[in-house]
Design a protein. Structure first.
Length: 372
């Protein structure tokens, strides 16, 4: 039994070391998530600055378009002499050249022509100047409209990117909070496991000392043989109430013994049988705990593999597509945040509490049997 218990202790230590490695891996993944979160925050700030700059440029372009429209309306209202507007320096160089050519033409006509010819040439030159000015203004207006549409499309793309980054940031914050809660649960689980180990060690030491005392006090004829112990162990585990009678008890029942001695021998044999039942019950309980723990370990490894696969899919999807659709983001969140973590940890805590209660009950039963 001591060798078996030492083997179990070694196995528990190995499992504890494996848990420590898993917790280190979880810590590393949490740090990586924090770094990614900080990078996303910086990218979000840069995108916001870009959107602010684009909105400012769009507003400036809108004011320029309004000014040009105002100039066009003024030119339509003044057919003979264009008014000197405060935005004259913003006119195109073609319009300024046409105005200077018009002034030179007027001077030459005044110097060498009559009044009728002068008025006709003046009207034709003014009409040509107006047509050229309208064509130049239309071209500039079209260029500004195309630039405004392109900047509007860039602004919409930047806003969509900012929304996606904000959504990913919120998802990463939620994931980080869940990881912190899982780490706290794992620490609580370690504390409870340590308490169970302490209780198991105390109970095993007290049980071994108690059995040694009983074997030392009782005669050899009242104890069970090793072959009978091995045969009676499964029966004791299945139904502790049904026990086999030892050979010495059969001999005592066959021989005529007084009532007082018969009662004494019956009491001693019942004490021995109860001690053996408690021993086999503890061994079966440890086997059951070990089986439950291995099953939970398998489930936990499967969940870790799923988490790693989800992270790898996120990395590959992030590299392939820089702008994922909102539906893809929601599907990825649903795949990554699975509700099986909560069920697993609830099952772990329920199993541990159950085993703890059973150990406490088994520890109290031998004391009650000794008092009886």
């Amino acid at each position: 039994e001591i060798e078996y218990l030492t083997k179990q202790v070694d196995l528990l230590r190995q499992v504890n070391d494996q848990h420590a490695k898993v917790y280190e891996q979880l810590d590393v993944s949490a740090r990586e998530l924090e770094q990614n979160n900080q990078k996303l925050i910086v990218d979000n700030r840069i995108a916001q600055q870009k959107t602010q700059g684009l909105t400012e440029t769009v507003e400036l372009l809108q004011t320029q378009v309004d000014e040009l429209q105002h100039q066009v309306e003024e030119l339509k209202l003044s057919p003979v002499q264009p008014r000197a507007s405060p935005h004259r320096e913003n006119w195109s160089p073609r319009g300024s050249q046409s105005a200077s050519c018009l002034q030179e033409l007027q001077n030459t006509l005044r110097s060498g022509c009559g009044p009728d010819e002068l008025s006709y040439d003046l009207e034709s030159s003014i009409a040509l100047w107006k047509e050229e000015e309208q064509v130049s203004l239309r071209q500039s207006l079209r260029a500004l409209q195309t630039q405004f549409a392109a900047e509007r499309a860039q602004r919409e793309e930047a806003e969509q990117e900012a929304e996606l980054l904000a959504a990913e940031n919120a998802a990463l914050e939620q994931q980080l909070a869940r990881m912190e809660r899982y780490q706290s649960r794992v620490s609580e689980l370690e504390d409870e496991a340590e308490e169970l180990r302490q209780l198991w060690k105390l109970e095993s030491s007290s049980r071994s000392s108690r059995l040694n005392i009983i074997h030392g006090l009782l005669p050899h004829s009242l104890l069970l043989n090793p072959e009978e112990e091995n045969e009676g162990a499964p029966a004791a585990v299945k139904s502790p109430a049904i026990l086999k009678r030892c050979a010495s008890e059969r001999l005592m029942k066959a021989t005529p013994v007084p009532d007082s001695l018969d009662r004494i021998y019956d009491h001693e044999c019942s004490c021995v049988r109860r001690a053996e039942v408690v021993k086999y019950r503890g061994i079966s309980l440890l086997n059951e705990v070990d089986a439950q723990y291995s099953a939970l370990q398998v489930k936990y490894d499967e969940l870790l593999q799923r988490c790693q696969l989800g992270k790898e899919e996120e990395q590959t999807s992030g590299i392939s597509t820089a702008h994922p659709a909102p539906a893809d983001v929601e599907d990825r969140r649903d795949d990554f945040h699975q509700p099986e973590y909560k069920e697993l940890f609830r099952e772990i805590f329920s199993r541990l509490r159950k085993t703890k209660e059973e150990l406490i009950e088994n520890r109290e039963r031998p004391s009650g049997d000794q008092t009886n």
